[in-house]
Design a protein around this ligand. Structure first.
Ligand SMILES: Nc1ncnc2c1ncn2[C@@H]1O[C@H](COP(=O)(O)OP(=O)(O)O)[C@@H](O)[C@H]1O
Ligand SMILES: [Mg+2]
Length: 238
């Protein structure tokens, strides 16, 4: 089933075209990596799926329904991990999750919260410590646990691995892969070619607001990093 679709999407910000003719779709169980440099329009694309920016042309659909026709339904259907996840520094991991789940109108039991923290491999000893003392990787784990606990089928991740060390990135990708293999739909925005190739079933390359190339993993294999890197760093097409 196609969970996310962009069709001929054109988006203006402050009167300027920042997305043009963008079309792609993401099916259940798939990780789609939206790859692009700074200002390519990656976060804007996520914002349109969340109904924050109405398309000037074309359309975006969540679960087959046009976002603009029912924005609250689209937002209920997706868990969104923003570029800078804002969790509370003075609360511990469990308190943060309890608070944000309540805010989302989806309270969870302590057992469910701990199960989610197990799933993201957050050190049990750290769970009752304030986030103020956490590494970036640990914070991302709490944020992804929150996304998991929202129990949505679709996850939108905005540069979730930026600022993480290589070991934390590998762990994060294994986690994302596991979620997709369990049937979740994941749209992950990134500028990391290697990471995108490591985890994505398909990659869309966004440049200057246009989707200039798409790559798909061969059956049982991964997308070739060198091929994507060459396309990403190609000059003259910006
Ligand atoms: N709030 C905003 N108002 C006007 N223009 C914006 C705003 N946010 C981003 N833009 C512009 O939209 C374009 C795409 O930005 P963005 O989607 O944030 O790119 P990315 O996430 O790929 O770095 C950029 O040219 C950026 O300057
Ligand atoms: Mg961005």
């Amino acid at each position: 089933m196609l969970r996310l679709q962009a069709e001929g999407l054109r988006v203006l910000r402050s009167g300027r075209e920042v997305l043009a003719k963008v079309s792609f779709s993401v099916a259940s169980g798939e990780v789609y990596g939206l790859l692009g440099g700074n200002g390519a329009g990656k976060s804007t694309t996520l914002a349109t799926f969340l109904g924050f920016l109405p398309p000037a042309e074309g359309r975006v659909c969540v679960n087959g329904r046009e976002v603009g026709s029912d924005v609250p339904a689209a937002r209920r259907a997706v868990a969104y991990l923003p570029e800078a996840a804002s969790l509370y520094e003075h609360l511990d991991a469990r308190e943060n999750l309890r608070y944000f789940l309540q805010l989302a109108g989806a309270p969870c039991s302590d057992a469910a919260i701990d199960a989610a923290l197990d799933r993201v491999w957050l050190d049990p000893e750290a769970r009752s410590r304030r986030l103020g003392g956490y590494s970036k990787g640990m914070r991302q784990k709490v944020a992804i646990a929150l996304a998991i606990l929202r129990a949505t089928d679709i996850l939108l991740l905005d540069e979730p691995t930026s600022g993480l060390d290589p070991a934390a990135i590998d762990e994060f990708h294994a986690l994302v892969r596991g979620l997709a293999d369990a049937g979740k739909t994941i749209l992950m925005v990134t500028h990391d070619v290697y990471g995108a190739c490591q985890v994505a079933d398909r990659i869309g390359l966004l440049r200057g607001g246009r989707l200039v190339a798409e790559f798909a993993a061969p059956p049982g294999g991964r997308i070739d990093t060198e091929t994507v890197h060459r396309a990403f760093s190609a000059r003259g097409a910006a």
